[in-house]
Every structure is written in C-alpha cells, then in structure tokens.
Design a protein around this ligand. Sequence first.
Ligand SMILES: [Zn+2]
Ligand SMILES: [Zn+2]
Length: 281
Amino acid sequence: MSLDESYIYRKEVDWSLLHEGLTIPVRIQMIFRNLLNEYERGVGRGITLLVDGQPYEAMLINQNFDRERYPRHADMVQIRFTAKSGLPQKLQQLFPASYAYLKKEREQVQRRKVRLPEDSREYFVLYTTARQDVLVVEAITQSELRMANTMLAGMSEVEFERYGDFARRDESASIVMRPQMAKVRKLDRSIGEDLKTLYDFRCQICGENFGKPYDQKIVEVHHVIQFVLSMNNDYDNLMVICPNHHTAIHKADPIFDRESLTLSYPNGYHEVLKLDRHFKV
Ligand SMILES: [Zn+2]
Ligand SMILES: [Zn+2]
C-alpha cells in the first residue's frame, strides 16, 4: 500500500452507486471534515475518481443535515457523477454480476430499494491519494472475495491478523491471483489502521497505549467474528486491542455483547470495554 493511500469508505454495490453516486457518513475522514467546514449544505467541489488508473469527473458535496432538526444525525457528504462522466458505465462493467442482478430485480419487483443477496455482495472502496481532489476507487468483486476465501482456508485467525499478508500462501498461487488477494488484505488493513488512529493506539479493553514509551505503535486489530470465516471487515466487526488482550481473547475465546460492550469468558470472568468510539456511535 502506498503511504498516501488510506482508507476512506467501503460501499456495498447498489443501483444508485452504479448510476449516480453514493452518500458517505463522515466519521474520522479528515478529508471530508474540511469539506463540511468550507461549503454550505448542498454545495461542493469537483473531484477526480481514479478507476483502473483512468480519471473520471465527479462532485463532492456537503450533504449535511439540518443540525437543529437532526442534532444526532451523522455528518454526510455525497459523491455524485453523471452518465456524461462515463463513470456509471465503467462501474457497471466492473460489477457485471451485481448490475445484472439489480436490474432484473428492479424489473420484477417494483421496489426502489433492492439489495444484493448476502452471499454475493460486492464493494466499491475509496482510498485517498496524495492529492486532496483525487480519490482512488477499488472494486472488490465476488471473484476476489471467493479467491481470498480459498486462500484463507486452513489459516488460523491469529496467523491472519498478525502476519496474514498472504505472502506465504501466495507462493504457489499464480501471478494473476496475487493482486486479487492483495486487494482484500489491503482493505482489511486499511480499515484497521483507520480504527487504530481513532483510538489513538490505545487498547479498547484496558485503555492503555502500550507502545507509547517506546515510540512504537503496538496496538492490534481483532475481528470479533473471525475474518477467516466471515470475511467481514466492517468497522462493526473490529476491535482495537493490545497484544496481551489479543492473546487472551484468542486463547480464552470470550463472547462479546455489543449492547453492554462486555466480554464474557468461559470461566465466568467478565470485562467491559474501557473505550468505545465506534460500536455504539
Ligand atoms: Zn489491553
Ligand atoms: Zn484477533
């Protein structure tokens, strides 16, 4: 991953993404924070989206809500593009299976909101570049997800989270498979890095920043439901913890309750997360 590329957002492919754009809730993406401060609601600026190395023109718009009426609503930005930009056509080409499915569903049932079936969702992922007005789009398709799934088979979760850059498993794979593996791993890593920053490299369980005296970033990212089984790297499935707590969790295998933010261990021990900035927001 290039140093300039950091994760912004992952969007499940749907009809409007393939035609006009997407809405992004703003959490810690500084790039959008600035936009919200600079522009009035409904106003924005032109940006370039890089897809397969090709530039496409789009608009980044402050889609914020009426703060007085919806004080608790997340800040929002919108990315809009027109058919003239060529981007809808490009996205429809990148996600042919999703496009065909959504089109057929919409013709059959007159529903406006059609989602892809759970086992065939595909994703549009946005990363930053060194330039504020240029963002990179990556397509994570079913074939990539299936490929990653195959590569992960038999790998332990700890192995994946701590060392899983696929390098070892990749040795026997064909050269064609490598970029596809890399995409899924890069997405997982980037979301994790984003969260580590959100917690300022502290452990959500003990609240400590263990690496601080050493000027090291030692905190780790744990998947609540095993990634090697679920392939789920949503924020909701990630927890930022120190290596000790990470080891304890994998050895003792607690159950995590999201409501009470409690880990319950088989021996009867319970512990409540000291820090939470993303589960119950
Ligand atoms: Zn800890
Ligand atoms: Zn873990």
